[in-house]
Design a protein around this ligand. Structure first.
Ligand code: GP9
Ligand code: MN
Length: 664
């Protein structure tokens, strides 16, 4: 039996531990809150500073992730808090690194393609900065403390080993009663924390969605805008919910009105796209080689550094080709795969994840499949792992006859992730020479991939003041890709296919280098928000026609969605029954180009959306004067842009092309 002093000291110890747990929980909340603030301070999207409501959301969302800690037995709570701290720290850290490269947060679909993260190797290392270590300081302290407490606990256990057990003679009635009280207390503590966390998170969010963030959860808001309302953890909760709903909910049947609205939109698009003019069928049965060049942007076309052209071969080829100087990439999170998808399907990529990964089995009207039906032999060429971006499955679904990947190439020129583009082009031409004509060949380059480090012996550009910077390495790598392009053209001539092949060359997306300063230094002028938006979204498009005809610069806006319908037009293959959204570059019609962020241009106006996605907080520019104009001028095209993105999202996620065709 315990005497009074023993009993008191036992309960005093328990009380201390209880208080210590409560104290540890508060410390945990503050630590994670601090880490969320560090993340926020590192974002480029920090147009909006965290106000006190955002702070409440942040703390509330941490409580929502941790209320269950109180349901654990006392002994488990501190270790569980520590493990949760590790998990949340890694989420914040992973988001931070991912954001630095992609300008976005990790979503469930991105996680499903996480195998690819390892491949980013060198890129990831260059995206981690020394101050990030702050995120891990408490974990290290926690580890030291855990070791210290563990040793103390072991010692005490050894000392108490022979002591009499205090409960062995306790009445079973008192023991049960006490246990029940403990269970009730624990349960209540967890519930109270959950309710508090829920109110702190959802209260302010509801307030936001009733005012400036109206429609937040209905529309396909951009992730950064979602984050600006919900905070990081809130964003992840919502993303998980959205993914589950989308995948467990089954495909919604299209209502008659929705079907009619979509069909009407496509009918109007068709009347703009399908045109019988002198270019229609002018290059019937030509071979086509399309090169999608990694991170190949438009701002350095025609430019020099220290008297040396960055892209001399492109510049030369431009003189006998059609060059689109106002051409936009329309990619989202799916990067290279989005450029590939949009160019071949003439649909927009999704707001989250890659269509290749998320919906490879749905029906699309894609260029390789249409060409195959028209007697072409079709091949995709990419000297990398075939599973990356789920290409193997997607290319089968797109009905490519061949997918030449890493295992089909001899690794005789090691650059960056894989084979150098010069060797890649040379070997691809050899592979093509075995195919029957006409052929369609889609080549994806890789040498100019972030972080743009080239072996010293292939560096031919003197990048002057940019030596040793990522920007300098970028220029160096595009200069190499340009040289490879020159060799490709020579190779085509030698192979005798130059005169019966349409050569298309375009960049897939930006280079992820978002700091304005090196661009200003390189271009020798200060850059406005409009300049920067165009620089980061424009990639070059070059179309070389077999007889060098129609050469010149087309300054009207164009985008990746326009490739498939335009090439089919040149070949004289009608797109009348296809569900395509892009422009036909040869129709002579005015063009409207919508980017995944809902930025858009019609050649006269250029709209940059605000991070909060409110139309009137966006910037509407007059491209004539390149100055801001009344935002109302952008309202009608803004609504059209949103409509297009929404129809495209519905088509892709709901497999609507199949449904619409079945209903005909
Ligand atoms: C890898 C290549 C790179 O196969 O397509 O993809 P990215 O990282 O640019 O999306
Ligand atoms: Mn890419």
């Amino acid at each position: 039996m315990l005497n009074y002093t023993q009993e008191r000291s036992k309960h005093g110890w328990m009380l201390r531990l209880y208080r210590a747990h409560f104290f540890a929980y508060i410390v945990f909340l503050l630590l994670i809150f601090y880490k969320l603030v560090i993340l926020h301070d590192n974002l480029h999207a920090r147009y909006i500073d965290m106000n006190w409501l955002d702070n409440i959301i942040a703390i509330g969302s941490v409580m929502l992730s941790s209320f269950w800690i109180f349901w654990l037995p006392r002994r488990g709570r501190l270790p569980a808090l520590w493990i949760l701290d590790i998990i949340l720290t890694f989420i914040i850290f992973a988001d931070l690194v991912y954001y630095r490269y992609f300008g976005d947060f990790i979503t469930v679909p991105v996680l499903l393609q996480a195998g690819q993260v390892g491949e980013l190797g060198d890129s990831i290392r260059s995206l981690i900065h020394a101050p990030d270590l702050r995120l891990f300081a408490d974990l290290l302290l926690g580890l030291i403390l855990a070791l210290f407490l563990g040793i103390r606990w072991l010692r005490r256990r050894r000392r108490d080993h022979n002591h009499y057990s205090p409960y062995s003679s306790d009445s079973s009635y008192r023991g049960k009663d006490r246990r029940l009280r403990v269970v009730i207390r624990r349960f209540t503590a967890g519930v109270v924390i959950f309710i508090l966390g829920f109110v702190m998170t959802m209260g302010p969010i509801r307030q936001y969605t009733k005012t400036w963030a109206a429609g937040l959860f209905e529309g396909g808001w951009w992730n950064i805008s979602l984050y600006n309302v919900t905070g990081l953890l809130g964003f992840h909760y919502y993303d998980a919910y959205r993914y589950t709903k989308e995948h467990l909910g089954g495909k919604p049947e299209l209502s008659a009105e929705a079907r009619q609205e979509i069909e009407q939109w496509f009918a109007a698009a068709k009347s703009r796209r399908v045109v019988q003019n002198e270019t229609f069928g002018a290059y019937k049965d030509s071979n086509i080689i399309v090169v999608q060049a990694e991170a190949f942007m438009n701002f350095m076309i025609g430019k020099e550094i220290g008297g040396q052209e960055i892209t001399p071969n492109f510049n030369r080829l431009m003189k006998e080709s059609l060059y689109y100087s106002n051409f936009y990439h329309q990619t989202g999170q799916g990067r290279t795969s989005d450029a590939d998808f949009s160019s071949h399907s003439s649909l927009h990529p999704l707001p989250t994840g890659s269509v290749f990964v998320r919906f490879p089995g749905h029906e699309y009207d894609v260029l390789p499949s249409i060409l195959k039906d028209n007697g072409y032999e079709t091949g995709a060429f990419h000297a990398y792992e075939s599973s990356f971006w789920n290409r193997l499955n997607m290319y089968k679904a797109m009905k490519y006859d061949h997918f030449y990947n890493k295992q089909d190439y001899k690794m005789d020129e090691a650059i960056g992730w894989s084979l150098g583009d010069k060797s890649f082009f040379r070997q691809s031409l050899e592979l093509m020479s075995k195919e029957q004509q006409p052929f369609y060949s889609f080549l994806i380059t890789l040498s100019s991939h972030h972080p743009y480090t080239l072996p010293a012996d292939v560096q031919e550009l003197d990048t002057e003041g940019f030596q040793g910077t990522l920007f300098g390495d970028y220029l160096q790598s595009v200069h190499y890709v340009d040289a490879a392009l020159g060799e490709l053209v020579e190779g085509m001539k030698q192979q005798g296919i130059w005169d019966n092949t349409i050569l298309v060359f375009y960049g897939d997306h930006d280079n992820s280098l978002q700091d304005k300063e090196p661009y200003e230094k390189f271009l020798g002028k200060s850059l406005s928000a409009l300049d920067m938006s165009q620089i980061m979204n424009q990639v070059p498009l070059l179309i070389h026609l077999p007889d060098g005809q129609h050469a010149g610069i087309d300054e009207e806006p164009a985008g990746q969605l326009d490739m498939a319908p335009s090439l089919l037009h040149l070949l004289g293959i009608s797109t009348e029954s296809d569900y395509m959204m892009g422009n036909n570059l040869f129709s002579g019609q005015e063009r409207f180009v919508v980017l995944r962020s809902v930025a858009f241009t019609d050649g006269k106006l250029y709209y940059i959306p605000s991070p909060d996605s409110r139309f009137d907080n966006g910037s509407c520019y007059d491209l004539g004067s390149r100055t801001l104009t009344d935002v109302e001028k952008c309202r009608i095209p803004y609504e059209e842009a949103n409509k297009r993105l929404s129809i495209s999202d519905q088509i892709i996620t709901g497999d609507l092309i199949r449904q619409l065709r079945a209903a005909k």
